[in-house]
Design a protein around this ligand. Structure first.
Ligand code: AMP
Ligand code: MG
Length: 409
């Protein structure tokens, strides 16, 4: 019996939990999930300052000023960002002021420089317009008041978040750590990159792909090496990996064959479930928890496309949950088939490697990315979307579909 994908995902997600939050340096926590609410310890901006270059004045002094009848005021000081005025502005005076400079005491508005004329080498200024109280002034606390709620638990730290935290003087936050994810390949036919191929050998591509996928998500990728099809070697590698990492990804050795040792080893080591999932590619999959910390081990299939699709559909959601995310699945977005996608009923959902292109009207048009064999890694590499074709005969050019985007399109 083939297992529906949602059941396989549910089985895995029930067995992983978010990693315990840790205090982290803000600058090292980009992309991590906040595990505490942040409130503002101070006001931002901390003092009233000017939003424009111009002249700080008392609004009342500018009443009636216009291009036709400018108001002439003496310029008594210059105030720049980081250089507050050393005295207050008195009635009938102006101060030259630059963006970000603190408003001088006594001033309540700024007239932008474009509406002024410098006279007498800067000793006086002609104001060509009047201003209202508060014009071009950013009051203290205009972005955040001390005590304001800033961010909630569960928010993902973006560059903007890091900037806000830096702006508040916060240097550490409680956040879920990045999962450390070990990756190993299994297979007697596999050769490390940079070595010559002997008869019957192929190069190990899955480890490169999976390590890069882990790193791409901001998680810590740990290379656990290329392991022979040997029960003791696989046992050692998985045991050590499970002790050193928060999760382990293996590839190969989970099919029906006698030498599919990963599933044998996982079964011995712990609570393993071997699944035949109703999808193509990536039908075989094994999931177990190993060692004292019940480290999740994802037994991904060996075929290069299958291991990537299996990562996307099964490992990625679980790793996102470990990283503290509440949204773990990629969305399916509406698109239109830009060619026929034919298939035959076989009880499985086919995940077609596809390229999505947004047309001028904003609609996503989806085409095949190339060869659809589970060894056609080049097409997978070029794909920026997976198009799930439900069991049946496929879809025709022009049909509405839903796609899972793997990249910005
Ligand atoms: P297996 O699941 O171990 O039976 O492997 C299925 C297919 O994927 C076989 O053709 C393997 O040679 C191939 N394969 C397994 N592991 C890798 C790998 N790390 N890199 C490239 N191909 C692999
Ligand atoms: Mg193998």
């Amino acid at each position: 019996m083939l297992l529906p994908l949602a059941d396989a995902q549910g089985h895995v997600l029930e067995r992983v939990t978010a990693l315990a939050p840790q205090r982290q340096r803000v600058m090292a926590a980009m992309g991590c999930v906040l595990a505490e609410a942040i409130s503002s310890p101070e006001a931002v901006p901390p003092f009233a300052n000017t939003a424009m270059d111009g002249y700080a004045v008392r609004a009342a002094d500018t009443a009636g000023a216009s291009e036709a009848s400018p108001m002439l005021l003496p310029v008594v000081a210059e105030v720049a960002a980081g250089h507050p005025a050393d005295r207050a502005l008195l009635p009938g005076e102006a101060m030259r002021i630059f963006t970000g400079a603190p408003m001088p005491d006594g001033a309540d508005a700024v007239l932008m420089v474009e509406r002024t004329e410098r006279l007498d080498g800067g000793a006086r200024v002609a104001l060509h317009a009047s201003v209202a109280v508060g014009e071009a002034v950013r009051p203290a606390g205009d972005d955040l008041q001390a005590g304001d709620a800033v961010f909630e638990r569960g928010e993902v730290l973006t560059p903007g978040h890091l900037g806000v935290l830096a702006g508040l003087g916060i240097t550490e936050v409680l956040a879920h750590p990045r999962p450390r994810v070990g990756v190993l390949s299994t297979g007697d036919e596999l050769v490390e990159a940079g070595r010559p191929l002997a008869a019957g050998q192929i190069r190990d591509s899955n480890r490169a792909t999976l390590l890069a996928l882990v790193a791409e998500h901001g998680w810590t990728a740990v290379d656990l090496g290329l392991i022979r099809d040997d029960e003791a070697a696989i046992t050692g590698a998985i045991t050590d990996g499970a002790a050193a990492c928060d999760a382990v990804l293996t590839s190969g050795g989970v099919s029906m064959g006698d030498i599919d040792l990963v599933k044998v080893v996982l079964d011995r080591l712990g609570d393993m479930r071997w699944m035949q999932i109703a999808i193509r590619p990536a039908k075989p999959f094994a999931f177990g928890t190993v060692g004292e910390r019940s480290t999740p081990v994802f037994g991904l299939p060996g075929n290069p496309v299958s291991s990537m699709v299996s990562f996307e559909l099964l490992a990625r959601p679980a790793l996102r949950r470990m990283a503290g995310h509440s949204v773990v699945h990629r969305p399916l977005v509406p698109a239109v088939a830009a060619e026929d996608f034919r298939r035959h009923p076989d009880g499985k959902v086919h995940y077609v490697r596809a390229r999505a292109e947004r047309a001028a009207d904003g609609v996503l048009h989806v085409r095949s990315a190339g060869g659809q064999g589970s060894h056609h890694l080049t097409a997978m590499a070029r794909a920026d979307a997976l198009l799930p074709l439900p069991d049946g005969d496929g879809v025709s050019d022009g049909d509405p579909v839903r796609v899972m985007l793997l990249a910005d399109v």
